[in-house]
Design a protein around this ligand. Sequence first.
Ligand SMILES: COc1ccccc1CNc1ccc(C(N)=O)cn1
Length: 235
Amino acid sequence: MRFDVLTLFPETFSLVMKESIIGRAQEKGLIEVNAVNIRDYTRDKHRKVDDYPFGGGNGMVMMCQPMFDAYRAVTEGLQTKPKVIYMSPQGRVLTQKVAVELSKEEHLILLCGHYEGIDERIIEELVDEEISIGDYVLTGGELPAMVLIDCVSRLVPGVLSNEGSFSEESHFNGLLEYPQYTRPAEYEGKQVPEILLSGHHANIQKWRSARSLERTRIKRPDLYENHIKSSEGKI
Ligand SMILES: COc1ccccc1CNc1ccc(C(N)=O)cn1
């Protein structure tokens, strides 16, 4: 899976994206993350990428020409047009379900805005979908793009060694994950729940399901409601 990220800060990506799991996935050739500097596609000696908004208002808006030319450079000679996602506070909120959907794509182009955003003509012409990582405003789209790359990449087969664990992790089955413990069985007088040491897998599974339902009901009643609704009618 390939990600081309159009950004004003390409070096941010190379630092974060070559670390840990994402870095190893790149070495294994499972994913490619290519950060493109929008400023390299400016045509003036000041390498101008933004300008004042028509109609007035504070802040600056990213201009069309550098973004269009960076997009054309990245897509030149491609057989199929990759899906273009604009990281924006107005986008569809990124959930695990959306991440699973996006992990089916072969090639994604992510546009990172800055200042007050980008010229609307870029969105109209190039953007297939706007995606938001949550209802808050950041100084740029780079962190949202890295969040998207992380949560989508880990779903690409081969990226995570313990792929089997997806079915039980938080949000995969619409519920929050059960509590996790590891050695030692007792730490400063605090015991690991006995059931987990019993080796009785059926009972452990039951205990885990009960904990998962209980903590979802307490921490995320919205998810709990959805889960109850979706399991109604199922035997
Ligand atoms: C004022 O910033 C903007 C204004 C408009 C568009 C993009 C930006 C860049 N900032 C972003 C980007 C994404 C998210 C998110 N919630 O995914 C939050 N902030």
